[in-house]
Design a protein around this ligand. Structure first.
Ligand SMILES: Cc1ncc(COP(=O)(O)O)c(C=O)c1O
Length: 381
């Protein structure tokens, strides 16, 4: 058996979800919304299943969706992409990340990873033969620094895998941080795989800035998006990859033999959804920001130390003022004694973990959030 996969332990995510199921806890651990997603987009998918094409779609994705992705990014992010040669559809961002790593690295190449990181990254890098080099980000600002990047990059760096907005930290990186990263990518001739699945979930008037739009980065970025996150339809697994033609050609080879394609009916519904007007996207952000504020205020009124949430479905608390030093033990107790499941942020680190931060998903109905707050009453005192 392959040692990378066979050696993987049960993750804290699985442990927490199982505990939540067994104890009937309110699950604010896993990141999926209560909201069923836009009815018109779901109706388009249903119609496409009944009346549309259900055989293999083109390998790179439905032309109408590739064009919709290009138009969407032009409109929302000022990014000019050629739908024919620079856009590909995958089965979720996860496939896009796996394919990009398989396509871009040779065994022994170094890959810079930023911890906290999405749980799929490290096993996928290792399985592709990459050697991980870590940059450790720390609360409360989780900023990039020149020193940390200088320690992680080397002449052997081939790829950087960067998530912005960042899950679980809920930070949206500013131009300054991105410029710093871009300088390192250029200096070391590295390609950046940009996991931007949370690009539309940015709050308080912030704008998502794709690394690809920075000077010098257009030809060295693989930008990855996910319809699952944009439309609160996390089970759909429709991802988008954008890259310069020479890179995309190789990414397409990986995709060809990983999944080859993605359900055509979901692709047509996503093409429809991406063309929705600005009011839809603004309304979606406003609704999530409202849930974030409701939950933040609730946590604060319990005396808990809430870290800023600039984007994503997540909000974090610092457990140090509670006299807690171990986020995993804290979360296990929270689910057992309080009936609320959360995720210890140390689970997103491979080494030198931050142990004082706990993540909650606020993308839930008011009643769910209020129920959780009731159960947490007294925790902060
Ligand atoms: C940072 C990050 N990347 C990728 C994904 C997975 O995206 P998809 O469901 O489109 O594969 C997630 C889902 O939570 C995520 O948070």
């Amino acid at each position: 058996m392959n040692s990378v996969l066979a050696g993987l332990p049960t993750t804290v995510f699985e442990v927490m979800s199982r505990l939540a199921r067994e104890t009937g806890a309110i699950n604010l651990g896993q990141g999926f919304p209560d909201d069923p997603g836009p009815a018109d987009v779901r109706a388009m998918a249903a119609d496409a299943v009944v009346n549309g094409w259900n055989q293999y779609p083109p390998m790179l994705g439905l032309p109408e969706l590739r064009q919709a992705v290009a138009d969407h990014y032009q409109h929302h992010q000022g990014l000019a992409l050629d739908a024919e040669s620079e856009v590909m559809i995958t089965s979720g961002a996860t496939e896009a990340i796996a394919g990009a790593l398989l396509a871009l690295i040779e065994p022994g190449d170094e890959v810079v990873l930023f911890q906290p990181m999405y749980d799929a990254y490290l096993p996928l890098v290792r399985r592709a033969g990459g050697v991980p080099r870590f940059v450790t980000l720390k609360p409360p600002h989780w900023r990039l620094s020149e020193e940390a990047l200088a320690a992680a990059f080397s002449e052997r760096t081939k790829v950087v895998l960067f998530n912005n907005p960042l899950n679980p930290s809920a930070v949206v990186y500013a131009r300054e941080d991105l410029e710093l990263l871009a300088r390192f990518c250029e200096r070391f001739d590295a390609i950046a795989i940009c996991d931007e699945v949370w690009e539309h979930l940015v709050f308080d008037g912030r704008r998502h800035l794709p690394l690809m739009t920075l000077p010098g980065m257009r030809e060295r970025c693989v930008k990855i998006g996910s319809a699952g996150k944009i439309f609160s339809l996390t089970g759909w697994k429709v991802g988008f990859v954008s890259a310069a033609p020479e890179i995309l050609k190789v990414l397409a080879k990986a995709h060809q033999f990983l999944t080859f394609t993605t359900p055509p009916n979901l692709q047509s519904a996503v093409a429809y959804g991406l063309a929705k007007d600005d009011a839809y996207f603004e309304g979606m952000r406003r609704d999530f920001a409202r849930s974030r504020d409701r939950f933040t205020e609730g946590l604060r009124s319990l005396g808990l130390a809430v870290l800023p949430s600039e984007g994503t479905y997540f909000i974090n608390i610092d457990i140090t003022p509670l006299g807690e030093e171990d986020d995993v033990a804290f979360c296990k107790r929270l689910v057992a004694e309080r009936g609320v499941a959360a995720i210890p942020v140390s689970a997103f680190y491979h080494e030198n973990p931050v142990r004082n931060v706990v993540r909650f998903c606020f993308a839930k109905k008011d009643a769910t959030l209020d129920g959780a707050l009731e159960r947490l009453a007294g925790l902060g005192r």
